[in-house]
Design a protein around this ligand. Structure first.
Ligand code: SF4
Length: 332
């Protein structure tokens, strides 16, 4: 379905899209970097409204969110395309897809109705970049909040300031990918800017959106201990209570010549993050590892036990640690 964009300026037939941090200036008849917004005679059209490529009830742990609503299921939707171009994309079949990819229109009303039907408690826009789905996200999330459901973004954090302002009232939680802690990596590999992502993380934090961060550790690309220390120091300085996930890389898309991340590298990243003061650190894509669990940052006791995406035991009755009483950063 096509609708008019809600975030753009138009002058003399040219438009400036204000949906994501690229702020594309688009000539008549052309599309922006994401290929789902098109200038037609000075009006910016959204071509992907409600265009769903995948929909599935997932454990919230799969997003991954480990400190937000643990053990619940979230109706997860993906569309097509992206505003980044990461060569190692772990979801390239839809992130690099065009609008001719097989999809189905699903209205916001139907999405909200499906949340209950599939025994979920919220909606996550995930699988591909949700910020290029801004209007659909706004409509789905507004309805969901009215009905007492929670809302989630799994995002590269490259939305515009204007979009964050709109979403701040209706977006409960986000997992933001930090792809590396080098400006050069963002420019060359992703087609974006680290600085803008960090600014947005700060802004989302300030707006009260519950945040967790994911760092996909790619051997020889972003696994240097100095880089990981710089990243985790930055997180701890912003808010040491923001959970950080170090995720294991698997060869994908154009990057097939790099092996999966060694477990020792992920454990090294974990130790560095803890040394820098990050309170909640997790390892991802390592089924059965002890660092899938949540440990109280004060007493070190295991408070949530996981196996993969399954919560085996959750000892929290309130946000207070059942062993030492420390007030954890957890939304139950
Ligand atoms: S959403 Fe981003 S990439 Fe797409 S047209 Fe707008 S500014 Fe450009």
């Amino acid at each position: 379905m096509e609708i008019e964009s809600r975030l753009y300026q138009s002058k003399d037939g040219r438009v400036k899209c204000q949906t994501c941090a690229h702020y594309c200036e688009i000539r008549d008849g052309r599309k922006g970097i994401c290929r789902v917004r098109e200038n037609r005679d000075g009006t910016l059209f959204v071509l992907n409204y409600g265009v769903v490529s995948s929909i599935h009830p997932d454990p919230i742990e799969k997003k991954p969110l480990h400190n937000f609503k643990p053990g619940t299921y979230v109706l997860s939707l993906g569309g097509v395309s992206c505003n980044f171009r990461c060569e190692h994309c772990q979801n390239y079949s839809i992130s690099f897809a065009n609008l001719d990819f097989p999809t189905k229109y699903i209205s916001p009303e139907t999405v909200v109705e499906m949340v209950g039907r599939y025994n979920c408690e919220g909606i996550a826009l995930t699988y591909n970049e949700p910020s290029i789905w801004h209007e659909y996200a706004e409509d789905c999330f507004s309805l969901a909040i009215e009905k007492g459901m929670y809302t989630v973004y799994v995002t590269n954090g490259y939305m515009s300031k204007e979009a964050i302002k709109v979403m701040s009232d209706i977006l409960n939680a986000a997992n933001v990918d930090v792809k590396a802690f080098q400006e050069n990596f963002y420019r060359k590999v992703c087609g974006g800017s680290l600085e803008k992502v960090l600014e947005n993380i700060k802004l989302m934090e300030k707006k009260g959106i519950f945040l967790e961060l994911t760092y996909l550790v790619i051997p020889s690309k972003n696994d240097n201990s100095d880089e990981i220390r710089e990243f985790t120091r930055w997180v701890a300085d912003l808010n040491k209570r923001i959970p950080v996930h170090f995720s294991r890389f698997h060869p994908d898309y154009k990057v097939m010549d790099i092996p999966p991340t060694p477990i020792e590298t992920l454990e090294m990243a974990y130790e560095i993050a803890k040394e820098e003061g990050v309170e909640y650190v997790y390892l991802g894509n390592v089924f059965g590892h002890k660092y899938e669990n949540t440990y109280c940052p004060n007493c070190g006791e295991m408070v949530i036990e996981r196996r993969g995406f399954e919560v085996v035991a959750n000892l929290f009755k309130t946000e207070k640690c059942p062993f030492c009483g420390y007030k954890n950063n957890i939304i139950l």
